[in-house]
Design a protein. Structure first.
Length: 213
């Protein structure tokens, strides 16, 4: 069973419809037991970081989500669901996140002539990682990117982006005045700044890859 977490701030219908292209074994739930029993978990999100974290705390979902993340089962965060994994966000002040990934959520810099929010289609490029032992660049393809074209266009809607302390967690980047992290992988944890469920065939391939992990 894939459970899509309902905490009052997710684009749930589009996510569940995307997943149902590949399996009917999916449901939307805020029930702690259903989350605990899930085989896979998806945390979507649209809106403000502070409000989202408050809703997660208010509904008693923080600990069940953290327990799931530590269980080794596969997890997918989407947009705000990526940002909430981080230590803290600087959106409208400084607010703590789930702290699963060390790093912060920061605004796009002013003065670059960028339209904020970053909204619409942009390319996603697989991140070349520096191997710490031989100092050579290497590419380790994230399982979610299998069959996804290099430089594929994905749909974004956000004003803030994530900066992980450990850059080896970055699976893909996107350019918008600067190169920012648009996809991460930390073991069983995957999360995207873009919306794969709204990104047509290339985004749906990412959803399919997650379902088939």
């Amino acid at each position: 069973m894939i459970v899509i977490i309902d905490y009052g701030m997710g684009n749930l219908a589009s996510v569940v419809n995307a997943v149902r292209r590949y399996t009917n074994d999916v449901e939307i739930s805020s029930d702690v037991k259903r989350i605990a029993d899930a085989d896979k978990l998806i945390l979507p999100g649209v809106g403000a970081f502070k409000n989202a974290y408050y809703e997660i705390e208010k509904r008693g979902l923080r600990e069940p989500v953290l327990d799931f993340l530590g269980s080794g089962r596969h997890f997918l965060g989407i947009c705000l669901g990526l940002q909430l994994l981080f230590t803290k966000s600087h959106e409208d002040g400084e607010h703590k996140g789930l702290g699963v990934i060390k790093g912060e959520v920061v605004p796009f810099p002013a003065g670059k002539g960028l339209k904020v929010p970053h909204m619409g289609w942009n390319t996603v490029t697989e991140y070349q990682k520096l191997c710490p032992d031989d100092k050579q660049m290497k590419v380790e393809k994230c399982p979610l990117l299998r069959g996804v074209a290099e430089g594929a266009h994905m749909y974004f809607v956000h004003s803030y982006y994530v900066v992980p302390q450990d850059r080896t967690l970055i699976a893909a980047t996107t350019d918008y005045g600067l190169s920012f992290c648009s996809l991460i992988q930390k073991g069983n944890i995957y999360a995207a700044q873009f919306h794969p469920e709204k990104s047509q065939s290339q985004g749906l391939r990412i959803i399919e890859n997650f379902v088939r992990l």
